[in-house]
Ligand binder design. Structure first.
Ligand SMILES: C[S@@+](CC[C@H](N)C(=O)[O-])C[C@H]1O[C@@H](n2cnc3c(N)ncnc32)[C@H](O)[C@@H]1O
Length: 247
């Protein structure tokens, strides 16, 4: 495991144990900003969170609401990359209903334990949390309709591998609805690193054009990266949309 990936794993293991976004990291003490309305559960509609266990809300470390981006429908199969305490998997499961299914993948055992406990508390039966990395997804080819993610792709040290894996697991015509931190195109990697740490979801962020190029290289069409709110100077939370072409 790379040194950066191990640092990421340790930080999020701590966040899971403490059930607190403050332990680390997107928007926590190791990020560029700790504004509660920039990262975490404040980015969701309160009405959506009614059935979500408090522990899943408290450890919510995302930078958006990928469900609002993905427009999920009844019966769809959804995969959440870096599912953390499970908030987006539980919300997806509710949206897709009993005929649909929501998978989460995370590399941190402590997060998986927390997510499974939260699913049990919520009484969710159409969910599964898998141990694995987003660079080598433990799901079959063409096995999901939608891939979502909330502030995780920036943490990967191999983003082309992540995008290739997302393409592989999606059905033809399947779609991507991701929230992530994205830099303005003029910021160099060094300038991004000056604004915040890798584990804090800042230093590893792609620029908007890098994201669009990466999606196109993986084979996606109808790509779009739209900034939603600032998280650091020249850096933004963003929604990322794309579609795998029909066969
Ligand atoms: C910023 S948190 C986001 C968690 C969740 N998406 C949310 O919105 O609360 C990042 C999560 O991604 C996981 N993660 C980071 N890099 C990963 C990788 N390369 N493969 C799998 N999981 C990863 C961490 O363990 C952590 O649970």
């Amino acid at each position: 495991m790379s040194e950066i990936r191990e640092q990421v794993r340790q930080r999020y293991a701590l966040a899971a144990i403490q059930v607190s976004g403050d332990a680390g990291c997107c928007g926590g003490s190791c990020g560029a900003t700790s504004a509660a309305d920039t990262f975490g559960a404040a980015l969701y509609d309160a009405s959506d969170l009614v059935d979500v266990p408090l522990e899943a809300q408290l450890v919510s470390l995302g930078c958006g609401n990928p469900l609002a981006v993905a427009d999920l429908r009844e019966g769809e199969r959804v995969l959440d990359l870096g599912s953390g305490g499970g908030i987006d998997v539980l919300l997806s499961a509710k949206r897709v209903g009993p005929t649909g299914f929501a998978h989460g993948v995370d590399m941190t055992d402590e997060m998986l334990d927390l997510a499974r406990a939260n699913a049990a508390k919520a009484g969710a039966t159409n969910v599964a949390f898998h141990r694995g990395t987003i660079e080598d997804l433990p799901l079959g080819d063409a096995s999901v309709d939608v891939v979502i993610s909330n502030c995780v792709v920036n943490l990967s040290t191999d983003k082309p591998a992540v995008l290739a894996e997302v393409f592989r697991v999606l059905v033809p015509g399947g779609r991507v609805g991701i929230s992530d931190v994205v830099a303005e195109d003029h910021l160099t990697p060094d300038e991004r690193a000056e604004r915040g740490s890798y584990v804090g979801c800042i230093a590893g962020a792609l620029s908007r054009q890098e994201y669009l190029d990466g999606l196109a290289s993986a084979g996606f069409v109808d790509t779009d990266v739209v900034f939603t709110h600032p998280v650091a100077d020249g850096m933004h939370a963003a929604v990322v949309r794309a579609r795998k072409p029909e066969a």
